[in-house]
Design a protein around this ligand. Structure first.
Ligand SMILES: [Cu+2]
Length: 65
């Protein structure tokens, strides 16, 4: 299962790594890909979307959708 979240505030490689690290810590997440240009975070696995969104927010970024 793939989920794509729109995330504001990611501007560089550091942001990319921070979001990846935060999301990879969630149970059920198999893979995380960040697209800085599209401002998207693509998550593969069975993780709950709410949990993913919360982890991204806690890392300091804004989940738009
Ligand atoms: Cu950054």
């Amino acid at each position: 299962m793939n989920q794509t979240l729109k995330v504001e505030g990611m501007s560089c490689h550091h942001c990319e790594m921070a979001v990846e690290k935060a999301v990879k810590g969630i149970a059920g997440v198999e893979n995380v890909q960040v697209d800085l240009i599209k401002k998207e975070v693509m998550v593969t696995g069975s993780a709950d979307r709410e949990q993913i969104a919360r982890a991204i927010k806690e890392a300091g970024y804004e989940v738009v959708s």
